[in-house]
Design a protein around this ligand. Structure first.
Ligand code: SF4
Ligand code: SF4
Length: 376
């Protein structure tokens, strides 16, 4: 396993972190999955107040595990933003109790997704105060935040300079948040990427066409390499459901270097393929079409359409599209069939796309079953 400095926290984290939200079927499965991860060199375990029994199981595991000392493991938990400072203080103590710890290495605010969340943190009597007190009292080692928010909210949250690390979405197939990566790196924040294998494209079960396009690499391997060849990024979360799920990525644990010429060539080929197949229908993800009076999430819907058409990533598209109108601020915006053909967005699109038509097409391709977040 390779390790990287987690920005200004100065923690030395394994390049793969283990999220503990998918191995909760039983305490023994949980313990086996964590034991395997730690034996493979993972030293950063991630949980959240909102992940069901995850904190509780992790507390039991930490008490009984003898693989490494407490000081060699780094625990991150996440607590939702709230306008109630007292409640946040209570949550910190409850998490410590569930985790059976006297300090938590890293606490992240779970989902600064909206301007209102940011206001709850930075406002007078906001929920940052008990977190800061936790730092001063030694209950918390470092503070950060996770986000599924828009780029402008993320940039503003980074600019508060209240946080030492960030946990966000950024993948080969979703590069919208690159300016947030750049700003966080400039501020020497630790950069922790949310589950690239899942949120980054459902790449544990890739479509045959994408596999062919990526060969001799796997789509999962390439997406991890895209991230780990970027020295600004500290660690990637993997949410293994059982010990067997480590197998496809074992060979990546030592790969910490720049892209090889073969890997770069593959990314160029993927890009060329996308451009050729989509041709004049390609959404370039500039976001200039927003806002839509019907609150349609045009760029995200057309990103999913890009991927479904070019790489046959229909399952991924349906998974993400199904969350629109079902996951609140975690995945905001309306679906494509809400388009009223008002034409507002059309003059703003530099690609001159027929947005209403493409939204209808995307809705037909992607409107499968409705999805909620794992913990809702
Ligand atoms: S044409 Fe459709 S997508 Fe464009 S702004 Fe109007 S309602 Fe929104
Ligand atoms: S303005 Fe056009 S190219 Fe840009 S994100 Fe919107 S639809 Fe895509």
């Amino acid at each position: 396993m390779q390790y990287r400095r987690f920005g200004k926290t100065n923690l030395n984290l394994s390049i793969f972190s283990l999220g503990t939200m998918r191995c909760l079927a039983s305490p023994s499965l949980f313990n086996d999955t964590l034991t395997t991860g730690i034996s493979l060199g993972i030293n950063h375990l991630e949980t959240a107040k909102g992940y069901g029994k995850s904190e509780e199981f992790l507390g039991h595991f930490l008490q009984q595990q003898t693989l490494v000392s407490r000081e060699e493991l780094y625990i991150t938990t996440k607590l939702n933003p709230t306008p109630d400072a007292e409640l946040m203080a209570q949550w910190i103590d409850e998490s410590l109790k569930r985790l059976k710890l006297d300090y938590i290495d890293c606490v992240a605010i779970h989902g600064i997704n909206t301007w209102e969340h940011l206001e709850w943190i930075t406002g007078a009597n906001g929920c940052f105060l008990p977190l800061q007190r936790g730092l001063e009292e030694g209950k918390i080692g470092h503070l950060g935040f996770s986000t599924h928010g828009s780029l402008d909210v993320i940039l503003a949250a980074i600019e508060t300079d209240l946080f030492e690390f960030i946990n966000l979405h950024y993948y080969y197939f979703f590069q919208r948040n690159e300016p947030a990566i750049a700003l966080a790196a400039q501020k020497d924040m630790g950069i922790f990427i949310i589950s690239p294998g899942d949120k980054g494209g459902l790449l544990y079960t890739p479509p045959a066409l994408l596999q062919d396009l990526c060969a001799p690499f796997s789509p999962l391997e390439l997406t991890y390499r895209f991230l780990l060849s970027d020295g600004r990024i500290s660690t990637l979360s993997t949410g293994m459901a059982n010990p067997r799920e480590f197998e496809p990525i074992l060979s990546l644990f030592e790969k910490n270097d720049k892209l090889t010429p073969e890997e770069s060539q593959k990314f160029n080929q993927l890009e060329e393929h996308l451009n050729t197949v989509l041709n004049t229908d390609k959404c370039s993800q500039c976001y200039q079409c927003l806002p839509c009076p019907e609150s349609i999430n045009i760029p995200e819907i057309l990103r999913l359409r890009n991927l479904a058409v070019a790489y046959e990533m229909k399952n991924y598209g349906q998974y993400r599209y199904g969350m629109l109108e079902n996951a609140g601020h975690w995945f905001p915006g309306k679906k494509g069939h809400r388009c009223t053909d008002c034409g507002d967005c059309l003059p703003r699109c530099p690609e001159n796309l027929d947005i209403p038509q493409l939204l209808k097409d995307a809705h037909q391709r992607l409107n499968g079953s409705e999805r909620r977040r794992l913990w809702e």
